[in-house]
Design a binder for this molecule. Structure first.
Ligand code: TRP
Length: 332
């Protein structure tokens, strides 16, 4: 809380091109909060991105792109604080402090750490391990009430709550304990090539992943090639993971219910259904893509937004930091 305003915080990494999974599972859900009267902070988390090796020019370009995507997805910089994590040094500062209130055992249990260390066996660095305490710092720095995230981040959020409670218990109330916001309609979007795996921006098979900025033709082609299941009926069920994933995506772009989708495609084959999903997705993304193209062409404008966002964020971060420093026993 700040005064009587509830706070929302979320972050997206500037690593890899963003997929429709990032869009439907996270960014699209960010836009309603400011209208509902929340004070909102949306961050491009570049400090998190360097836990895996990045090409500097790519990291810089993607930082601009992620900010442009926030804007293109409908976040107005006048109503939301949009900023880049490394431009507000308090994130790193509180991250270190919270490392000292986070247990080795807790971090060892994080499934994302286990997955990423298996995937980057040559670079299992300390930052990859302590990633969740930096994420807790992001959230706790703004006295956040609500964190909209995809289901895959739920475990990190629970740890952030544990860290906040632990700190509050040792030093008296300091941090708001945040709640996750995982809307029911936010289904996990799966790979188009392997419906057992999450759609991932780092998938080597480019046909398995639909990017927010893919052209209309690419989107439609990828859906036409999507893996379906045996049989020919368009029906959501556990034994039809491919079709079920496509139904989820179709629903997300059209707002239809499962029953409506099943009725719409009753007696029609997979081919027709896949084309319809591709078209709904391409049409849904078109305004985002156009707005993105306009925004990314003006770097100076994006830099102004980053700068203003970092100033606003720093103001609130400083308040929390002075409280934290005093409670811990730092001088000055
Ligand atoms: N870990 C998140 C992800 O990979 C990104 C993130 C970093 C984040 N800090 C955050 C999300 C704080 C919500 C709140 O998706």
């Amino acid at each position: 809380m700040i005064g009587n305003e509830k706070i929302v915080f979320s972050g997206v990494q500037p690593s890899g091109n963003l997929t429709i999974g990032n869009y439907l599972g996270a960014i699209r859900n960010f836009t309603g909060f400011a209208e509902e009267g929340y004070k909102t902070f949306y961050c491009v988390v570049d400090l998190h991105a360097i836990t895996v090796r990045q090409v500097p020019a790519d990291l810089r370009r993607r930082t601009y792109e992620t900010l442009a995507l926030y804007l293109a997805c409908g976040l107005d910089e006048k109503k939301n604080t949009l900023f880049v994590q490394s431009q507000v040094p308090a994130h790193a500062e509180l991250g270190w402090i919270l490392d000292c209130y986070t247990m080795f055992g807790e971090l060892s249990r994080m499934t994302q750490f286990k997955d990423k260390s298996a995937k980057h066996a040559e670079n299992i660095n300390a930052g990859l391990f302590t990633y969740p305490s930096l994420m807790a710092a992001d959230i706790l720095l703004y006295q956040t009430d609500v964190v909209p995230v995809g289901v895959d981040q739920k475990q990190h959020l629970e740890l952030a709550r544990d860290i906040a409670n632990r700190f509050n218990q040792v030093y008296s109330d300091t941090f708001t304990v945040p709640e996750p916001y995982i809307p029911k309609t936010t289904m996990k979007i799966m790979s188009l090539a392997d419906p057992a795996a999450k759609m991932s921006k780092s998938d080597e098979n480019q046909n398995a992943v639909v990017y927010i900025l893919d052209s209309k033709d690419d989107v439609i082609r990828k859906f036409r090639r999507a893996v379906t299941d045996s049989g020919s009926e368009v029906r959501a069920s556990e034994d039809k993971p491919g079709v079920t994933n496509l139904i989820s995506i179709y629903r997300a772009f059209t707002g239809k219910t499962v029953e409506e989708v099943e009725r719409e495609f009753a007696g029609k084959g997979y081919g027709e259904f896949k084309t319809a999903v591709g078209e709904a997705c391409a049409d849904g993304l078109a305004p985002v893509r156009e707005e993105f193209a306009r925004l990314i062409a003006d770097k100076a404008h994006l830099e102004e937004i980053m700068k203003a966002g970092a100033e606003t964020a720093s103001y609130y971060a400083r308040k929390t930091m002075s409280k934290v420093r005093r409670k811990i026993g730092f001088v000055g």
